[in-house]
Design a protein around this ligand. Structure first.
Ligand code: DUC
Ligand code: ZN
Ligand code: ZN
Length: 465
């Protein structure tokens, strides 16, 4: 089976040209002018006319939580609905998080996550392993996860004490082991003790609305942890990545680290670029945006956009972690019981194009870098994923840059009954999505079946990309 995409404007992290792309099987086999079945000898390829369209590498969202047990419930998108919604939005691969249960092994958690994900995905996927209990036994599992399972990134939490948080002693131990085995340590960098103190204080004062979720996690709780993490990563010389960085103070810690030639990779998420904390003033409706870290100020948005262009922020993900409204209501009388997270897996590519490229904040090449290429490089999948090149997986988005549409929970594919972006007008629409050579989505219609999505084993990583 072959596919020939004709006359699209191909955008990679460094190139921009009009060409035809031939796909044979799961891979891109030729890129050039005037390709046809005669010139390539491909047997009657299915032709797609992409005149006037942009061609991007399939989006990679390295920060999603599907079917995840959290705060007394499960995130409402499972592997089926979540990866399908991702494909509708131009994201062909996600990296989800396995959470170790404290007192149990990493492999135990891997088995549990596989029992929910295996055979259920539409899109391709991988896992980060969240280490919530680093000890001598856990340490022995790291090598196996990297060498045998292709899980090369290890997530840590500096917050959520008693459930997910590890202390600095464990962090240093994990960093040493991961460095020796060829992996990367990633972090939710906020100061859990400071946050727990502020939550308890607000609750004791009867301050229980969603606004106090925001006020319990001020910028300093994030900048302090980002700086501490950067120092520990420098000391142990481990490849390091901060997930969902939201604010000026934390990015300045990363900027300072560059002075000693240290590279800390930084991910922000679409919501931190385009939404701000004024949404928490909408009484309980603010629960839609209760996530950790919380939305920040306009000045932080400006810092993050600049950070992308300065090369300090390499990735824009989502931290997709949706909860139905009736689950958000668990915290109606107490913000600390609102399940943290919001839906965005389907919206990231179109929102970033509209707010970033269309509004002149980032270039087309930068767009591809932060939505796909850099994640593939940082997490050990490049050039199989993350680019359009001969021999790469044919994960391709055909994008109409002119088409305007509105985001709504009525039309989205995510399994959640509200949208954090209801009524947003977006310029640019995902038209056709190919995943490993197969048309997966065509004009809003799915063309593949559950189970087509494959687990992607990832390679070793390094401190620079
Ligand atoms: N933050 C969220 O908002 N949800 C899931 C986990 C996290 O760190
Ligand atoms: Zn987090
Ligand atoms: Zn997360």
């Amino acid at each position: 089976m072959s596919v020939l995409i004709k006359n699209g404007r191909v955008i990679t992290a460094s190139e921009d040209y009009t060409a035809d792309i031939l796909i044979e099987g799961e891979k891109i086999s030729a890129i050039g002018k005037n390709l046809s079945s005669e010139t390539t000898h491909a047997l009657s390829p299915e032709e797609i006319d992409a005149t006037g369209k942009l061609i991007f590498p399939g989006g990679i969202d390295p920060h999603v939580h599907l079917d995840m047990p959290f705060m007394g419930t499960f995130s409402s998108d499972n592997y089926e609905t979540g990866t399908l919604a991702a494909l509708h939005g131009g994201t062909t691969m996600v990296i989800d998080f396995i959470l170790q249960t404290q007192g149990k092994s990493l492999h135990n958690a891997l088995d549990e996550w596989r029992s929910r994900s295996d055979g259920n995905c539409y899109g391709d996927y991988s896992f980060h392993m969240a280490v919530t209990d680093f000890n001598d036994d856990t340490k022995k599992e790291i090598k196996d996860l990297i060498d045998k399972e292709g899980i090369t990134s290890f997530k840590t939490f500096m917050a959520y004490k008693g459930a997910l948080m590890i202390d600095d002693r464990q962090m240093i131990g994990l960093m040493n082991e991961v460095r020796d085995r060829g992996g990367i340590v990633t972090v939710h960098a906020t100061n859990g003790d400071m946050i727990d103190f502020l939550i308890a204080k607000h609750r004791a004062e009867g301050k229980l609305s969603p606004l106090y979720h925001y006020l319990s996690q001020p910028e300093i709780t994030e900048s302090e942890a980002a700086g501490r993490f950067a120092d520990m990563a420098f000391y142990t010389d481990v490849p390091a990545y901060i997930v969902h960085l939201t604010c000026e103070g934390a990015l300045n810690q990363v900027r300072d680290a560059t002075e000693r030639n240290q590279k800390i990779f930084v991910e922000t998420c679409i919501q931190y670029l385009i939404l701000d904390a004024s949404l928490y003033e909408k009484d309980f409706e603010g629960a839609k945006w209760v996530m950790s870290p919380p939305l920040r100020e306009k000045k932080d948005q400006a810092t993050l956009w600049a950070g992308i262009n300065q090369g300090l922020v390499q990735v824009v993900g989502t931290d997709h972690c949706p909860f139905e409204w009736n689950k958000k209501l668990m915290g109606e009388k107490d913000f600390s019981k609102i399940p943290n997270g919001h839906p965005a897996i389907e919206n990231r590519m179109e929102l970033l194009y509209s707010e970033g490229v269309e509004k002149g904040r980032i270039s087309l090449n930068k767009y591809v870098e932060v939505t796909s290429t850099n994640a593939a490089k940082i997490f050990g999948m490049f050039p199989q994923k993350g680019t359009i090149g001969i021999g790469a997986d044919a994960d391709i988005v055909i994008f109409d840059p002119k088409k305007k549409h509105k985001i709504s929970a009525k039309t989205h594919h995510m399994n959640v009954d509200y949208s954090g972006y209801e009524g947003w007008e977006v310029t640019g629409k995902v038209e056709t999505v190919l995943l490993r050579g197969k048309v997966a989505i065509d004009n809003g219609k799915e063309k593949i079946k559950k189970g087509y999505g494959k687990f992607v084993k990832r390679g070793k990583v390094s401190k620079v990309i």
